[in-house]
Design a protein around this ligand. Structure first.
Ligand SMILES: [Zn+2]
Ligand SMILES: [Zn+2]
Length: 164
């Protein structure tokens, strides 16, 4: 969505509010199968002493697949983000800045970028998820599987052989 900022570009203290729902249909995210609530942002752009600053609250409902145990689970997502908008290319390329197009800013682009950068590398059903047994495939969150007791002594023997 193009948000027109011409009313506040020259007006310190001026504000423009916006809401946006960027289209995620063409995007793939590791471990996210879908959205049970669409990604939404509610925010504003404010002229802070001549600098245009966009602030927004993002929310979404993610349908995830655990990277360790493959269980499907839902995760409520939220993020507060802030970005500086500028009419000119930043001199320092490291600066996080979004360029205006004329007097407008593409809020979808700003919100999508903040969303993608904030996502975890992989989705886990819980931080201490034990995952699946690599031999029998049992979900170890439901309790230990039978292989473990059997394999330990053999591995110990193998370990001794390798050392010799
Ligand atoms: Zn898991
Ligand atoms: Zn097993």
């Amino acid at each position: 969505m193009q948000l027109d900022l011409h009313k506040i570009i020259e007006v310190p203290g001026g504000k423009v509010s916006f809401t946006c729902e960027p289209d995620l249909a063409d995007l793939d995210f590791d471990g996210i199968e879908g959205f049970y609530e669409p990604l939404k942002a509610v925010g504003q752009v404010m002229n802070r002493a001549g600098v245009l600053v966009l602030t927004a609250e993002l929310t979404a409902g993610l349908d995830c697949v655990c990277a360790r145990c493959l269980k499907r689970f839902r995760k409520a997502y939220s993020l507060s983000t802030e970005a500086v908008l500028s009419a000119e290319e930043p001199e320092n390329e490291d600066t996080d800045m979004y360029l205006l197009e004329g007097d407008c800013i593409d809020t979808d682009e700003v919100i999508l970028t903040a969303f993608v950068l904030s996502l975890d590398q992989r989705q886990l059903c819980s931080e201490d998820c034990k995952g699946l047994c690599s031999r029998c495939g049992k979900n170890l969150n439901d309790g230990p599987c039978a292989c473990k007791a059997e394999s330990d002594p053999r591995l110990a023997v193998l370990g001794q052989l390798l050392e010799e």
